[in-house]
Design a protein around this ligand. Sequence first.
Ligand code: FAD
Length: 454
Amino acid sequence: MKMKEKQIVIVGAGVAGVNAATKLVDKGYPGELITIIDMGKDPYNRKPEEVMTGFLGAGGWSDGKLTYHTAIGGQLSKYCGEEKAMELMDQVITNFKRFHPKPEEVQCSNPESEPDFIKPYFGLRLFPVWHVGTDYLSEIAKNWYDYLVSKGVKFEWENKVNNIDFKEQLVYFTDSSKKEWQKYYDELIFAVGKSGIDFAQELANQYELPDEPKSVQIGVRFEAPQEHFQKLIDISYDFKLYRKFEDKGVSLRSFCTNNNAAYVAVEETYGDHSYNGHAKKDMRYRNDMTNFGILMEINGIEDPFAWSREVVNKLQFSGTGLYYSPTRIPSSTSEGNNVSAFQIDNLSGVEHVMGEYWTYIMDFIEDMKKVFPTLQDDWGIYIPEVKYLSPEPLVSYKNLSLTKFSNVHFVGDALSARGITVSGAQAIYVAEDILNYFLHPDLYPDFHEHPLRS
Ligand SMILES: Cc1cc2nc3c(=O)[nH]c(=O)nc-3n(C[C@H](O)[C@H](O)[C@H](O)COP(=O)(O)OP(=O)(O)OC[C@H]3O[C@@H](n4cnc5c(N)ncnc54)[C@H](O)[C@@H]3O)c2cc1C
């Protein structure tokens, strides 16, 4: 393979960054020409409480549920079509199995029809999901990291990128001793995930990047003993109950279900707490709990990003998020610490902040009580859960490059993804394009006109 000596810099060693690098070196791109800069740590030194940063990013200590459907986990087929999207997601799942110490233990749940007992209250999204488990993820991460290092890929750990000059093609970053560095790139893959969302926003403002309109995604993390939901879990591990109110521009779905050894996790974004969840595979951690998001998608709010941030900020008390339950107290993390949350004894304040939208969440819970009759008051909610769909920069659908800077590619949660498979798939899509471009620049007449890609 004849390849020009072009420097590729990847900002973010998360799911997206790692999948991009893997595709590049798998296809023979010299690893020495790839630099990955991350503010977190390598998989040998990353601690469990470092939920969002380090090798495999937020995916590294997630539950490792690999969803396989173009309607789940953010946008992919919009850019590349259904068939290509499925093929790209296949590649991501294959990568996770490839570096798994026991790939045969990755379970696939693939429900085939909606069970009658959830009707008429809910619909159920049917799609396969592979479940890796948090504890295996760290083993996968080590194997995967070793592979990339063996291919010559350079990693800059505990280095925070604080500016990028898209015109001069320079990335500026600071190491743990506050020393400042810069790195030139020919192609840049920007894969900062949710932990880099504010940085992405700064760049978007600085360069006045045009964006696509987004919806609000907000709700709660629901937690209850697993026995109440077992009938449905047996059909679908990561069940997606959903309902839609077309005329109101609102839809709700259960999101990211964790079972067996399931723990609620605190996320910190913009200094506020919100909630998510993960599950371990190792039966030593079994707590027989289930947790999942009840997420509302709300369309038609004028500035969805600002609205979500304000609501999340108002749903904080004493430096943390809220917990409500008719009967329970907040549970503990897998390390035995309390899940940070301020327990409230009624929901009137939450209702005040969320307005009419709160009713949808409560109706969802009330209807779950009908479908799962043993549930009754045996549940709790961590408030809020939020997916900040920050303004998505406008990209070329061909290779996810900024419309203003054709050698800068946005991928993963920094673009429109909300999950592991879609984040990884977007990144592989970009890597394939870069490989094609370097191998066959003559096939890219449009890009030749652009000074950065000529
Ligand atoms: C607790 C939890 C559980 C989850 N469970 C699941 C699940 O089961 N299934 C699923 O599909 N999805 C899950 N997700 C979501 C999933 O992890 C993300 O969608 C996915 O990791 C996004 O990939 P990414 O590469 O875009 O970003 P990330 O994986 O978040 O990686 C971004 C990387 O960029 C680095 N970074 C950010 N800013 C900078 C900067 N300025 N300088 C240097 N480095 C920077 C960070 O350190 C991080 O390593 C979960 C998320 C969380 C938090």
